[in-house]
Design a binder for this molecule. Structure first.
Ligand code: AGP
Length: 609
């Protein structure tokens, strides 16, 4: 997620901008820049990497500047580079942006025909040229912004400055957060409160479809039609550390709650529901590769390996492709039989996991087509595979992976639908139905998140146990593995995920009154088998904590604890079922007092073997 910072007022603008951007660093970024006035002209300074690199190119004696804007960029379109860093300029305007403009390519085409020249491959640069192309025809900046907005499709937050009016800034919110800080003879605008919390606690939250006109004298807010809106300010009581987490106690909790938006952003611009099609865009797989492909091999580590296990079910069932799954560290050393008729897909949130990278290199050494599903633009794996399918989960700060996992599953579902259609094994009607269910998912996740207190209650009853078993069958078996991994990595409780059908082959020896057993079940073809497994556990004194579809009174009647998820199509049940398990691990960890965001011995990205 990019970070926007704007300031207009009497203080030293350059230091206000840099300080604000520093407080947004937790959002993750790969380049940064600011724009400010010097002797009546706008100066733009940008650099790749951290703020320290930007500070090296700033003037030692910052000039008097009535206003300025700054940005930390988390690359989505265009690799991390100075040219792609914000602010972007056109004529007398400079602009910073957070979000995705879906129709930027067609807008850019029109602007090129008008003679506009571009130096970057970002959607942001298109926005500032679009506004400028209207502004140059006369009229106020406010009008130019309003007329540009109606042409833009996507989700964005922008802030724009004009050399002709240095005392004012215009900010717009449409799908990405923006907050205004009101000070004494000064105004702030930022993607998040921490950017200015040390200067003012009086905040106005912009809503989608609102335009803010900021000056040192104060704030005016309009809707997109230009009607003035009255907005209440709020006093923020958070301390700066809490503010970075958006009021949540930990990044992990914040990221669990970000999953609806992360899934919306991952789907955005990739589905044509009417046509029953999934558009891969930059992730497009070469036609010859699709035609030749006889097998997919999915590789990953940890949570990403769990995503691969779900991906196997999805690609086999929806795309009709045989799929093999391998833990990347095993794959790279077993001299796998690969050919040009395979497609190796590396799944990695960070894109820097050494074993997954090595697995991709192994595939490439055997001339096998490769694709990666990754969350970090410009990461190693995204550069080394033939194509890359980005999840737009935004930076995942907490070591335990949550929104990355559910967006990986979303990406795998989209990929399966896409390949199913291209291989003519998935009907248009079926694809339309699956896309419809996918679009409903974020609201269903929000429904689950609203019952977090129920999970917290369960956590408080079971946090002292030393061993947990997670059991499930079919598509939910990888979710049992993921739920167990979440618990063990943040609460340090020993937890194992197992196919429920394996009980009699060993794990049942573990069952006694000290063993909570987490059961995941939906009313699918193996539901009856799971019920039998539950009875076997109960007969040996094990405690049953069940996660089931709403209305499942049978399983509820034989469980010690029951948590319901909304009814969902089977292929999407792993995404929904994961959410309560993430919350269970989180609340058990909080109750046990472990370091939730930075668990002992773990790194966010395992860049060594
Ligand atoms: C999961 O919560 C862990 N953080 C870990 O298993 C992680 O999934 C694994 O290291 C793979 O990381 P990657 O997705 O960045 O490749």
């Amino acid at each position: 997620m990019c970070g926007i910072m704007g300031y207009v007022g009497h203080r030293n603008v350059v230091s206000m901008l840099v300080d604000g951007l520093r407080r947004l660093e937790y959002r993750g970024y790969d380049s940064a820049g600011i724009a400010y006035f010097e002797e009546g002209e706008i100066e733009v300074k940008r650099s790749v990497g951290k703020l320290s690199s930007l500070e090296e190119i700033l003037p030692p004696l910052p000039p008097d500047s009535p206003s300025g804007i700054g940005h930390t960029r988390w690359a989505t379109h265009g690799k991390p580079s100075e040219e792609n860093a914000h602010p972007h300029r056109s004529g007398s305007l400079v602009l910073v942006h957070n979000g995705i403009i879906e129709n930027y390519i067609s807008l850019k085409k029109g602007l090129l025909e008008e003679g506009h020249e571009f130096v970057s491959d970002t959607d942001t640069e298109v926005v500032v040229h679009l506004i400028d192309s209207i502004y140059q025809r006369g009229g106020s900046l406010e009008t130019a912004v309003k007329n540009a907005l109606v042409q833009m499709h996507g989700s964005y937050a922008i802030c724009v400055l004009s050399e002709k009016d240095p005392e004012r800034m215009i900010a717009v919110r449409s799908g990405c957060p923006l907050v205004i800080g009101l000070g004494k003879d000064e105004c702030f605008v930022a993607s998040d409160i921490p950017a200015f919390l040390s200067h003012t606690r009086e905040v106005v939250y912009l809503e989608d479809g609102e335009i803010a006109l900021l000056s040192a004298k104060g704030l005016e807010v309009l809707d997109f039609k230009g009607a003035r809106l009255s907005k209440e300010s709020q006093k923020i009581s958070w301390n700066p550390v809490m503010a970075e987490k958006g009021g949540y106690r930990h990044f992990l909790q914040k990221e669990i709650h970000e999953q609806p938006r992360a899934i919306v952003d991952t789907i955005r611009g990739r589905v044509a529901q009417e046509e029953g099609e999934v558009i891969l865009g930059a992730a497009e797989i070469n036609e010859a590769v699709v035609k030749r492909c006889k097998r997919v091999v999915l590789v990953g580590c940890g949570t990403s390996w769990h995503a691969a296990l779900v991906g196997k079910f999805l690609l086999e069932e929806i795309a009709g492709l045989p799929v093999e799954v391998d833990i990347a560290s095993e794959f790279r050393y077993r001299d796998p039989h690969l050919s040009s008729e395979d497609l190796v897909i590396g799944i990695s949130q960070s894109g820097e996991t050494a074993d997954t990278l090595a697995a991709i290199r192994e595939a490439k050494s055997k001339n096998t087509p490769t694709l990666s599903i990754c969350n970090v633009v410009g990461s190693s794996i995204s550069r080394e595979t033939d194509t890359v399918f980005y999840t737009h989960a935004g930076p995942e700060i907490s070591v335990a992976s949550t929104k990355a996992f559910t967006t990986q599953l979303t990406a795998l579902t989209l990929l399966a639908i896409h390949l199913g259609r291209r291989r003519a094994v998935l009907s248009k009607e079926k694809a339309q139905e699956m896309i419809h269910h996918l679009i409903l998912l974020p609201k269903q996740i929000e429904e689950i998140l609203r019952h977090e207190a129920r999970i917290e209650d369960i956590a408080k009853r079971y946090f002292r146990y030393r061993d947990f078993l997670y059991l499930a069958r079919g598509l939910l078996y990888p979710v049992a593995l993921e739920g167990a991994l979440k618990l063990k990595e943040i609460s340090y409780i020993h937890a194992e995920g197992y196919p429920a059908g394996e009980m009699k082959h060993g794990p049942i020896a573990l069952i006694d009154e000290n063993m909570p057993v987490v059961i995941l079940a939906t009313k699918d073809k193996v539901y009856g088998k799971v019920i039998s497994n539950v009875m076997e556990v109960k007969a040996r004194g094990g405690m049953i904590i069940s996660f089931a579809e709403e209305g499942d009174t049978d399983l509820a009647s034989i469980s010690d604890e029951i948590f319901f998820i909304p009814k969902v199509s089977p292929s999407l049940s792993p995404i929904l079922m994961t959410i309560p398990l993430q919350m269970l691990a989180y609340h058990i960890s909080v109750t046990r007092g472990t370091d939730v965001d930075q668990p002992r011995n773990l790194a966010k990205s395992v860049t060594v073997e």
